[in-house]
Ligand binder design. Structure first.
Ligand code: ADP
Ligand code: MG
Length: 594
């Protein structure tokens, strides 16, 4: 016979614990949040054996009243919420009253606390849900909590724990998130008695980022500060050149709480589109502040996922603020010459100066100094005079601008242009730059409806596999908007009837084949905007001069002059840089002139 039974409270708590407490780092996170809610200025954490043996946290917060100690371990007991309406006004990290009950049910916990105004404090233990009597405790104001033998009574969960380095890695991550979101709190983490982090209260956000992720990241940050009344976005985004192979250095905080949000993460990724290669990830530390009633934080047991009332508006805000920031920056990647791999300076006799970094092993090159920011290049200063006729421009659409004579340019390997700029030496990838310029021009023409197309007197048949032909014909309209006219000839053959004039004498068949490859490489049909963007970059790529094309001097001049006209010319549409700057300062330094 099957009957329904009410589960005993101890089992209910253990079930809840399964959601909240996954591993030692979850305990650290919950305890840290309690200390923050208590207004602590300083929090010391000691862990042993990756937190499995011991997690001890000591704070200087407002403490717990002795009579409330037993309640602290009761489930759904909290000092942070009174009514259901309060759920939509939450400004504390906790409010569910679940954490201590959960931790107490799966570990051996001792909680000691004293409120500042009281002459003495009290302590209580909770072992696997069993409460001890309350005793008096003679410690300093604040709270001290020890969590031992996590999962001692749930062997299955204990088995799920990973190696000590993995668990301590998760703990470090939990501490990092809190440290980034709370720059005024002094934090200390020790593992098996050894100091892991100590972050003084004086270290602001940027310094904290440097502390956790190194100077390389810290020195490539751009500040973000945007604050319309409804939502405020602040923090730092790293330069596109600082990209990574994974998304670990992407931090998004909502009202000081670390969150995971696919949509908002996508907004940032989208803002970097074209500036970093596909498959690479930008680095960012962003803080979004919204009124508590515009977000529901009660949709996930650990509150790291939330539901926004208007997530589209936030998406748009993030995208536009970051895009806007990039528009105002010069993003030409700068080469710290010292990292050039092939050049290995032999120790040369050095003019000794008290500043020379000499070590016993010889001369150690000083780390490159922080690079002075380039003045953003001024597009307004670009030449206004109309171009003279282009006798031999690489493509039809390539007006030659002679008004800004560029001296001292050389072409190397028929692929790179090297030129002198006020800042130093610029090396340009001729294909990447031309591709970006054509991309911008095409985009502008399409926006203005003035794209030139070339009709083919005799349409060119292109044989495709039937499913390929279907994919292409599906996109007949957007392709037509880009000047690539295609028609069905039946039997897998597609006729090219027109092509964008920008292609010049390059084969429209090859362009079509590239389009086919692009369309069939995606499972789902891309959105119209993405498709247009992708096709534009394909066309630009096909029409642009290639590496290996020797250029005439006037073509070189033209290309370089155009660099100042098009927007966003530091990166090709696929996100590769178009130019690299070797600064004068670095050159001087490495040739030991300064
Ligand atoms: P919540 O944080 O959701 O309220 P918890 O189970 O984490 O639930 O904590 C229960 C209660 O214990 C809190 O509401 C708070 O009043 C008290 N508390 C826990 N940790 C601390 C601390 N470090 N300092 C002061 N009070 C604390
Ligand atoms: Mg809590």
């Amino acid at each position: 016979m099957i009957r329904i039974q009410q589960l005993p409270p101890t089992v209910i708590t253990k079930i809840a614990a399964g959601e909240v407490i996954e591993r030692p780092a979850s305990v650290v996170k919950e305890l840290l949040e309690n200390s923050l809610d208590a207004g602590s200025q300083r929090i010391d954490i000691d862990v042993e054996q990756g937190g499995i043996e011991l997690i001890r946290l000591v704070d200087d917060g407002h403490g717990i009243h002795p009579e409330d100690l037993t309640l602290a371990f009761a489930s759904h007991a909290t000092s942070k919420l009174r009514t259901a309406d309060d759920l939509f006004r939450v400004s504390t990290m906790g409010f569910r009253g679940e954490a201590l009950a959960s931790i107490g049910s799966v570990a051996q916990v001792t909680l000691q606390s004293r409120q500042g105004s009281d002459p003495y404090g009290a302590e209580i233990s909770c072992h696997g849900g069993e409460l001890s009597p309350v005793k008096s405790w003679n410690g300093s104001p604040g709270t001290r909590i020890e969590v031992r033998h996590l999962f001692f009574n749930t062997p299955v969960r204990r088995k799920f724990l990973r190696s000590i380095p993995t668990e301590i890695g998760h703990i470090c991550e939990a501490v990092t998130r809190v440290a980034l979101a709370n720059p005024r709190v002094h934090l200390l983490l020790r593992h098996n008695g050894k100091l892991v982090y100590e972050v003084p209260a004086s270290a602001g956000l940027k310094e904290r980022i440097g502390l956790f992720f190194g100077a390389e990241v810290r020195d490539q940050l751009h500040i973000i500060e945007a604050g319309p009344a409804t939502a405020r976005l602040s923090g730092f985004i790293a330069d596109p050149a600082c990209e990574r192979g994974n998304n670990k250095l992407q931090y998004l905080f909502l009202n000081s709480r670390w969150i995971r949000d696919r949509s908002l993460g996508h907004a940032v990724q989208e803002a970097y589109r074209g500036l970093i290669m596909t498959g690479r990830y930008p680095v960012y530390f962003l803080f979004l502040d919204v009124p508590p009633d515009s977000v529901d934080v009660n949709v996930h047991p650990t509150k790291c996922e939330v539901r926004f009332r208007d997530s589209q508006a936030l998406y748009a805000l993030i995208l536009s603020v970051i895009r806007d920031k990039f528009r105002r920056l010069d993003l030409t990647p700068r080469i710290p010459v010292s990292t050039t791999p092939t050049f290995n300076p032999t120790p040369a006799p050095q003019p000794m100066s008290p500043m020379s970094p000499m070590t016993s092993s010889g001369f150690t090159p000083a780390p490159p100094p922080p690079l002075p920011p380039l003045p953003a290049f001024t597009r307004e200063a670009a030449p206004q005079q109309p171009a003279a006729a282009a006798p031999a421009a690489p493509a039809e659409d390539f007006p030659l601008l002679r008004s800004q004579p560029v001296n001292k340019v050389i072409q190397l390997h028929d692929a790179y242009l090297v030129l002198e700029t006020p800042e130093g030496m610029l090396v340009i990838d001729q294909h990447a730059l031309h591709e970006r310029i054509l991309f911008e021009q095409l985009k502008q023409r399409i926006r203005q409806g003035s794209l030139e197309t070339q009709r083919l007197l005799i349409p060119e048949p292109v044989d495709l596999r039937p499913e390929e032909a279907a994919r292409v014909l599906d996109q007949q309209t957007p392709l037509g908007e880009l000047g690539l006219g295609v028609e069905d000839f039946g039997g897998g053959t597609v006729l090219v009837t027109s092509y964008p004039a920008i292609l010049g004498d390059r084969s429209p068949t090859n362009l079509l084949r590239a389009v086919v490859e692009h369309l069939t490489s995606h499972d789902r049909a891309p959105t119209r905007e993405v498709l247009l963007n992708d096709l534009l970059s394909l066309m630009a790529c096909h029409a642009a001069v290639k590496a290996g094309d020797p250029l005439k001097p006037e073509e070189i001049d033209s290309l370089i002059a155009q660099r100042h006209l098009a927007q966003d010319t530091h990166h090709c549409p696929h996100g590769r840089p178009t130019a690299l700057l070797f600064s004068r300062h670095d050159l001087d330094r490495h040739f030991r002139r300064i």
